[in-house]
Design a protein around this ligand. Sequence first.
Ligand code: PEP
Ligand code: MG
Length: 317
Amino acid sequence: QQDLQAIREAEKLACYQPALMTDGHRVEVVANIGAAQEAEQAVNAGAEGIGLLRTEFLFLNRSEPPSEEEQFSAYSQMTQALNGLPLIVRTLDIGGDKAVPYLNLPAEENPFLGVRGIRLCLQRPDLFKPQLRAIFRASQTGTIKIMFPMIATVEELQAAKKIAEAIRLEVGADPVEIGIMIEVPSAVVMAQELAQEVDFFSIGTNDLTQYALAIDRGHPALAKQADGLHPAVLRLIDQTVQAAKTARKWVGVCGGIAGDPKGAAILTGLGVTELSVSIPSVAAIKAKLRSLSLSETQQLAKRALQCRTAQQVRELE
Ligand code: PEP
Ligand code: MG
């Protein structure tokens, strides 16, 4: 325990240094947050920005949706704390599985396959438009990028972008980078086409694993088997990175495996250049990357892609 504590202390001391690998390759290490005050905590922990702001916190546990003003105030509080560092705001990702009584969503038999994420937002402009207005207004106070969740088709992305552009013009804001989460297998298959339409991808391995392995991510008995380091998931990530590279777009990962040291190494070797992790993992992930070269992680990734099971991947040295 003492040894471990000493390692954590050393990692903390270096947490504001970039994640420069031994051969000079740099990976951006940013944080996932889900509350306004966490932006400051992320910066204090060494995060180089926010790779995923889960905006659901503004909409849950209340009796009516947050106003545009309330959202603007939350987002601009974060840009202030970030002082120029990037903030990727994910638009609302709720659906039939979360209890949001004031939305009056009909009950669904398979909520994870139902009106969730971008599907809900496209059906409910009364939720989507005020959120986009608040985001574009806040984009004038810092570096904001917009990310749409649960994109499964090119049509959904085009529809979301069209609404966002109309709102941007209404607000009179400058263009911002627009990206999507890659968390539905069809988005991986269509990654080449989707890459033409966006500035970046961020792979949501929590949902991508759930949908690729057909295992409910919260299932009491099965969730353990939903391992984001399964070769099936790694091959999907590889495919996504290849498609993005061809279109010269960058790829991040904001699912749980980005915050796992072995996961971070494999993802880097696959060509991912931004890892968005929980606040407490920032220092350790930076330290892990500093101990490796890009070519070492590329070798590791190559071997991981050839594995037959998640366990084999986890056993790789
Ligand atoms: C994911 O699916 O990997 C992700 C980061 O999004 P969330 O966990 O919020 O669904
Ligand atoms: Mg997700």
